[in-house]
Each structure stands twice: as C-alpha cells, then as structure tokens.
Design a protein. Structure first.
Length: 295
C-alpha cells in the first residue's frame, strides 16, 4: 500500500467513526450509535469520543448554529472493541444560543459526559493572542512516526496508522526524557488526507486532534516520557473553545503549556493557530499522572 493510499485509508476510517447512526427510539433524548477506532491499547481514544459526542450534539441543531465551547469529563475507560451509544439532551434553544448535554455510553453506563454551547455567527469586538514567533515550518520537521526507531511495534503502528500527521517542534518524548525540562511545547498537526468541506466535520476533527500531545507539557516539566515503565496517565476532563473557522486538513500549530501540577494531577492549556497566524481554538485539560518512585 502506498503512503498516499495508507493516509487516505486512515482518514476514511476517521470519517466512518464520525458517521453516526441515528437511533429510531427517542424519549427525552436523541440517540445515536457509533463505532470506535481499533486501538493497540484496547481503550477508546479520548479525542474520538470528544468528536463523536460533538457530532451527535450538532446533528440536533441547524447548520448555521456552530459550537463555540464544550466542557467534558472522562468517566470510565472505553473499550475500543465495542460500539458506543450517544444520548443528546436538548437543554436549551434561544434566539442566538443553544445548549446540549451529550453522553457516550458502553454497557449501559456513561464513559464520557459533556455540555456544549452553540451560537449563530454574530459581529462583535475582536482580539487574539498572537502566534509565537520563530516556530520552524512544518515541512522542515519529521513526522512523529519517523522519530521512534526502537519503540515497541504497537507504538510505531499507533503513530503510523493514526489519521493525523503530527510533527513536534521540540524533541518528542516517546523513548526518553526531554533535556529541556520546561512545561511547554509546540506541535504542528493536520489530517493526512483532505476532508469534506462540512464545517461541522472540521470542528469535530479539531476536537479529535486537541486530545493529542497536550499532556506532554506536564510530562516534559518532570523528565517523564511515554515509554517510562510504570507511568500511568489518564485524561480527567477536557474543555475547548472554538474561536475562528479552520480546516484540519491544513497545518495547524498547537502551542501547549502547563501552569500547575499537584496531588497526582496536572493541568495543561493549549492554543491552536492556523498557519497564517489566526487563533483558531483554545484548549484546557487536566490529567491524572502517576510517576513511578524510581523515576
């Protein structure tokens, strides 16, 4: 299989995951069903369920009413070998704003719960934090999967087969700790093949991407790396704000930093920029992190 064909196949798989089926039964909620990516770990990737619950919520709204914020909690590890049921509660519909609660279930219990707010396009005041200067161009950087020689085959397969092309500006932390122990980093990211033009799909795919690498600003500060024996990391919650439209099949810069870690938890924040410097989205995530005592 050629590289281009493999890239298209990985993106087609993502599109299939985001193509939810609407359930026939409805009580006070809209019901959707979906499938998961196969994962070497056996667990559902958090960004996937973020994107799916958002797609489900947007299916209950007019196309012109777009998501501007979401706040969600990861409640249980999901099983990637099983399907998901997503229930959407139409909490509120106003003249300009709507609110939805969207929950993903497996085996009758919720694994993820979020509330999202949606708004019609409206003029108003505008400003944005500028994109950092001096960031290398993504074409000058190697894809992550070319930087993991010697890693476990499942880790290499995970990076190679994912639908996103991710390129670290700072040395990645797959196999060893970073020399510079500062709580910040930047990565370039985009989908490996073009997506349809539907803006809702691009917003959901950006949510999918937002869960990738953001935890590393916490790990980097403490000399921790993904392949460290005994390391345990799990996402606890995820918040996201969409500021401006963007295509996720074009390069986006994800600038990340961690303001605090304490009590087995770490907080990471991120800003997503288009290649021309527009601030596209902001992200915040808290994780549970348990580092082995010998580290």
């Amino acid at each position: 299989m050629s590289e281009a064909t493999a890239a298209q196949a990985s993106v087609d798989q993502l599109l299939a995951v985001l193509d939810l089926d609407a359930g026939q039964a409805r009580t006070t909620e809209d019901i959707f069903t979906g499938v998961s990516h196969p994962m070497p770990t056996g667990r559902v990737y958090g960004g996937q369920v973020l994107a799916q619950t958002l797609i489900a919520a947007e299916r209950t709204l007019p196309e012109e009413r777009a998501v501007h914020s979401m706040h969600g909690y990861f409640l249980r590890p999901g099983d990637a070998s099983q399907g998901l049921t997503i229930a959407v509660d139409r909490i509120h519909d106003g003249r300009s704003f709507s609110t939805r609660r969207s929950q993903a279930y497996q085996n009758g219990v919720p694994i993820f719960s979020m509330i999202a707010s949606f708004q019609d396009e409206d003029p108003g005041v505008e400003h944005a934090e500028p994109m950092p200067e001096g960031i290398p161009d993504p074409d000058s950087l190697l894809p992550d999967e070319q930087l993991v020689e010697g890693a476990h085959p499942s880790a290499i397969r995970l990076l190679r087969d994912r639908p996103a092309d991710v390129r670290h500006v700072d040395p990645p932390m797959f196999l060893e700790a970073a020399e510079d122990r500062t709580p910040r980093q930047s990565v370039w990211m985009r989908m490996r093949a073009p997506l349809p033009d539907d803006p809702r799909l691009h917003r959901a795919a950006l949510a999918y991407l937002s869960d990738m690498t953001i935890q590393e600003s916490i790990l980097r500060a403490h000399g921790v790396f993904w392949n460290l024996p005994g390391l345990k990391v799990a996402s606890l919650d995820h918040a996201m704000w969409w500021h401006r439209p963007a295509r996720v099949d074009e390069w986006l810069l994800y600038v990340q930093e961690s303001p605090s870690a304490r009590g087995g938890r770490g907080l990471a924040k991120g800003r997503v920029y288009s290649r021309d410097g527009a601030l596209v989205a902001s992200v915040a995530q808290e994780i549970m992190i348990r580092v082995p005592e010998s580290a």
